[in-house]
Design a protein around this ligand. Sequence first.
Ligand code: 13P
Length: 335
Amino acid sequence: MNKQILKDTAQQLMAGHKGLLAMDESIATCNKRFAEAGIPQTEEYRRKYRELIVTTPKLGECISGAILFDETTKQAAADGTPFIELLVKAGVIPGIKLDEGAKDMPAFPGEKITEGLDGLRERLKNYAAAGLKFAKWRAVIVISDGTPTDGSIYANAHALARYAALCQEANVVPIVEPEVLMDGSHTIERCFEVTQRVLHIVFEVLIQQRIYLEGMILKPNMVVSGISASVQASVDQVAHLTVECLLRCVPAAVPGVAFLSGGQPATDASAHLSAMHVKYKGKLPWALTFSFARAVQQPAMEYWQGKDENVTVAQQLFYKRLSINNAARRGEYTL
Ligand code: 13P
C-alpha cells in the first residue's frame, strides 16, 4: 500500500465543487432502466448510452470521477477510443464497481449480503493495470419491523472492510457504500437511528481491519423519511439529521463523503445537499459531495430513447443535472 497515492487520489476525487458519477449500473439494472424507458436491452445500446454519457461536453468541469461497470471498461466509442481513455482525456478519474450484488442472506430473512470477495485480489490487479484508480462496493441494509439485525450489519461491514483492504493493497481508493434503503413507511428518526448504528459498526470494523482512513471515501445514504411514510421530512430536517448523524460516526481523517441518491427525486437530492452546505458551511471535517446515478442520469436516459438524433439534447439534460449538483455543493441550489 502506498499511502501517498491513496491520499492524493482521494483528495483529487473530492476536489472543488465537483462530484462523482455512478454510471456503474450492472447489466441487469441497466436493462431494467432501459426497459422502463423503452430502450432495447442489448450490449450495443448499453455501449451507445455510455458513449452519450462519457462524451458529454464539459463533463470534466462537473465530475472528478466516474464509477464504471466491468462491461463499460472494455467498451469504446464508435470511433474506437476506449471509454477509459475518453474519461481520462476529459479530466475524469475512472473507477470500477467491484461488488457482485446484494443477495438474500442465509438465515436472515428479508436481509441482504453483498458478494464478490472471491478472486478480488486478481481482479483488482487487472483493473489497476487498466488505469482504474478507485472502486466501489455497495452493501444494502433493509429497514423493517425486525431489521436490520446486528448479524447482517456486521456481515456487510466485514465484507466492506475486506474489500477496502484489498483495494488499498492495490493502491486503489475504496468507496465504502453502506446503503440504508429508503423503502418502507418508517420515520426519519428511525432512518437516523439505523444509519447511525450501521455507520458506527462499519467504522468499527474498518478500523479493526486496518483500513487507512485518509485513503478511502464514504458513500452513505442521506437520512430521510421512508418512501411510503405519510409524513415526509422537510429539506431542513433532512440536511440537519444527515449531517448530525455523520458527525457522530465518520472520523475526521476520512477525506470525503459522497452521497448516493437512493431513488429520491432528483431535485430533492440536490436541495438536500445544498441545504447541508448552507447550514454547515466551514464546520465540517470532510468534503461533502454527490455520487449519484439515477438523480443525474434519469432525465437524459428517458429523453434519449436509444435514438441518435436525441443524443445532443440528452447530453444537455445530463449536464444540467450535474451542474445543479455542483451548485448544490456550493450551497446555491433551492427547490
Ligand atoms: P443512486 O444515486 O441511483 O442511488 O445510485 C448510486 C449508487 O451508486 C448506488 O450504488
